[in-house]
Ligand binder design. Structure first.
Ligand code: MV4
Length: 497
């Protein structure tokens, strides 16, 4: 087993990994940029190495500096977290060459799954259902026209190097194909420096359901059930849950088997997620593999009791999985809300700044994976995810009620967050009825505005503001707090003095 591991990330996921390393008795090395000099992950680690200036290219994306920090601190392995270099095959290889263990899949597996059309071919050979479409990219209009006719309209133009919806265009009729293909190609070239495009049959408002897999280095592979991730805004997940209401036990078993087959076909090792689209008739289709630990991994941990980060470290150290598929059981229902420092009243514009005060909810079956604290700086250079709030209950209704209560207790002053937006999503009838699909937010919340004044101030936030500022404070406009906040002692959340 490793004695020292470097965590090549920041924010909540760096804290998550460092805490796990501590529990395993493994020394942790944090890396940080100048903007993160007082960050929580730096304080939690045993050792911290400064990488350089705030911009990611000079810090968290600088492979050379990260590997040098590992060498200088005597770390034997690197955990990449998610984002940054976590799915960079070149970085995984560079670690290997430097004699460091990359806590993740082999570079070959990252490469095999990184390009959409190659991944689709791999899946077809493995018997994994893929969305009807082209097997190779092309920008030849004649070929695209013939392929679109074969697939049947509506079709979706996708970027082969793409992800997150970039370069995607829905085409309803042949007359729109040329223009859509040209635009998608240009967008893909700009976003990925690869203009490769291909066509798929367009599925109308599918669900996004993903399967967690764990593969050790001795050929053992299991799946750890599914995560329902359809509540997305512009391809950014904001609410995730397990189990998915769309899966029958038979469909769950079939998708689980397909996910394991997908991982094996790529020679996968460590934790990975196979993403599927589930259509309204219960058909499921391979979308892509995420060759990293995901933001939403805690939802799986809460229903299965498996610590995924611990398993990642153990697998990377060469330990056998010692987890049989029949041992994997889901219990109850878990929901995660992503607490982002964005302004939902201003097209979710990121809101960096200083967390003047934060109180995270607690109570039975509440989990906070967060990287902030009162006084923390939220730099403008990085993803606005401040933390994740995860709850568990015996059933979905209980989990919704618990999450709503926890969100109402979550007080963040100084940074605008999407907490009021999340509260309304969780309180909505369509969400309670489980009418989830990838267009949910667009369909029910596109023109969202916060509740009328005087209803959303949490008692704690009012108290904290009074403590901090020594008396009533005017909220910054659009801060999501009501006028009542101006005189906190008059209206305290759920009760009036
Ligand atoms: C699709 C689709 C419908 N039909 N492919 C969005 C980004 C990338 N992950 C794939 N995505 C989609 N691919 C076909 N053939 C709908 C989406 C989609 C989506 C998928 C998952 C989660 C959220 C989404 C939001 C919009 C569109």
């Amino acid at each position: 087993m490793f004695s020292k591991v470097l965590v090549a990330n920041r924010g909540e996921i760096a804290c998550r990994v460092i805490r796990c390393l501590k529990e395993m008795g493994i020394s942790s090395v944090a890396v940080y940029s100048e903007a993160d000099s007082r960050a929580l992950h730096v304080r939690l680690a045993d050792v911290a190495a400064l990488l350089g200036p705030a911009e990611p290219a000079s810090s968290y994306l600088d492979a050379e500096k990260i590997i040098a920090a590992a060498r200088d601190t005597g770390a034997e392995a690197i955990h990449p977290g998610y984002g940054f270099l976590s799915e960079n095959a070149g970085f995984a290889e560079a670690c290997q060459k430097a004699g460091l263990t990359f806590i993740g899949p082999p570079a070959s597996a990252i490469r095999a799954l990184g390009r959409k059309t190659a991944a689709r071919r791999l899946m077809m050979q493995a018997g994994v259902p893929v969305i009807p479409g082209m097997e190779r990219p092309s920008s030849d209009l004649g070929l695209l026209t013939r392929e679109a006719a074969r697939i049947g309209y509506p079709v979706l133009v996708k970027a082969t190097a793409g992800g997150g919806g970039k370069g995607m265009r829905v085409v309803a009729t042949e007359s729109d194909l040329a223009e859509a293909a040209k635009t998608a190609e240009a967008e893909a070239k700009a976003a990925f420096n690869d203009g490769g495009i291909y066509l798929e049959k367009y599925l109308d408002r599918p669900r996004h359901v993903e399967i967690q897999v764990l593969c050790d280095r001795h050929g053992n592979a299991v799946h750890l059930l599914e995560r329902e991730c359809s509540i997305q805004r512009r391809h950014q997940k904001i609410v995730e849950e397990s189990p998915s209401l769309a899966l029958t036990p038979e469909l769950r078993e079939e998708m689980g088997r397909a996910a394991v087959a997908a991982a094996r076909s790529a020679g996968y090792e460590n934790a990975g997620t196979v993403e599927f689209l589930v259509d309204r008739n219960g058909g499921f289709y391979f979308l892509e593999v995420n060759t990293r630990l995901q933001v939403e991994h805690p939802v799986t941990e809460m229903v299965t009791g498996v610590d995924l980060v611990r398993r990642q470290v153990e697998i990377a150290a060469g330990l056998p999985l010692n987890l049989r598929q029949e041992d994997v059981r889901g219990r109850g229902h878990a929901i995660e809300c992503r607490i982002c420092g964005e302004d939902p009243e201003n097209s979710f514009y990121p809101c960096p700044g200083t967390v003047l005060f934060v109180h995270e909810p607690t109570g039975p079956f509440i989990r906070n994976d967060s990287g902030i604290f009162s006084g923390a700086t939220v730099p403008v250079e990085y993803d606005p995810l401040l933390g994740k709030l995860i709850v568990w209950a015996e059933d979905r209704a209980g989990a919704i009620a618990r999450m709503r209560r926890a969100l109402s207790d979550y007080a963040v002053l100084g940074i605008t967050t999407i907490i009021p937006f999340l509260s309304d999503v969780l309180a909505s009838e369509p969400f309670a009825r489980g009418e989830l699909h990838t267009g949910f937010i667009e369909e029910h919340f596109s023109g969202w505005k916060p509740a009328p004044p005087g209803t959303d101030v949490t008692a704690l936030a009012a108290y904290a503001a009074d403590e901090l500022f020594g008396g009533p404070v005017k909220p910054s406009p659009g801060a999501g707090y009501s006028e009542a906040f101006a005189s906190p002692w008059r209206t305290l959340g759920g009760f009036r003095l």
